[in-house]
Design a protein around this ligand. Sequence first.
Ligand code: FE2
Length: 375
Amino acid sequence: MPAPARSLRDAALLLAVQNRAASLALAWSDGATAELPAIWLRDNSPAPGARHANGQKLFDITDIDPTIHIVAAAAQGGRVAMTFSDGHEVEFEGAWLHRHALPRRVPPRRLWGADLGRNLPAHEHVAVVSDAAARRAWLADIAELGFALLRGVPVESGALLGVAELFGHVRETNYGRFFEVRSEPDPINLAYTPMGLSVHTDNPYRDPVPGLQLLHCLVAESDGGESVVVDGFRAAQMLAAESGSDFDLLTRHAVPFRFASADAVLEARARLITLDDRGEVAEIRFNNRSIAAFDLDVAVMGAFYAAYRRFAEILRRPALEVAFRLAPGELFIVDNRRVLHGRRAIAASGWRHLQGCYADMDGLRSTLSLLERDA
Ligand code: FE2
């Protein structure tokens, strides 16, 4: 999330605390208030002895008295000095308590549709390589939107690996460290044909699925083959709004995905839409080519198919599609658990050659956090 908001939160001054024994009530200068339980405070003590110098916790939950309560608490100079009933003494930073105040504040998501096509999140390779601010802006777009374009990548085989290494590690699979996306005479995957590909997430048959996909264009001499991306979270939101029962079916029932070739058999069961602990959409898996025979209860099958069809129809709506034509040296990255990608059919004549690879979101988020910390 953008650094300024965090800085503003950190700037809020701790004004008052009140010891309620089982909890601590707090008030800050920005109007925020919180009531934090004694056991939560004791468990999160940053005191020497409770934490190693590296920040890792030195005790277990079973070491804390279950009847723990606060004996004394006082605010001074933006900090809170506390004594607990087990004799533990600690000072908390008011800014840390403000950042972690309960209930948890979750920033709103930025969902998008075809409108994003009028102002593509595009960045320059030369800038993201040499300039930390440009690299931060690029990675922030991928983290926030689940999609960004990069222009000016060297038109060289394997150059996409260097792009992945700007923020993380390449995820090697049975397709190799990277793979060729071009028409082949006897393709193991329909991606290696001139056929159009409806929007999908990649490799839903893996556990876990790759978090990020990179696709780098080396040759684009054919007609057709435009790339299409769709915000799966936006599509899921529309499904929920248009049919709550269909949304429930896709979030409740898992289905199998499968890929088999001469040297790999990959299978995984997953929901098409996975929710997180707050009921928010956390992951989309959708791939018409590798979805396998449903193993649902027969009583559910008809309703599930109707929900599956409705979701597929939403994903094809032009209002959700961002389409663009990749030129040689252009590369795009998608959050493979959120943004679906596809391509229009490629003309039989003319040559089109892309290279793809996978990476993971935790590496990207780590690099982004380090860049924000140092900004
Ligand atoms: Fe794909």
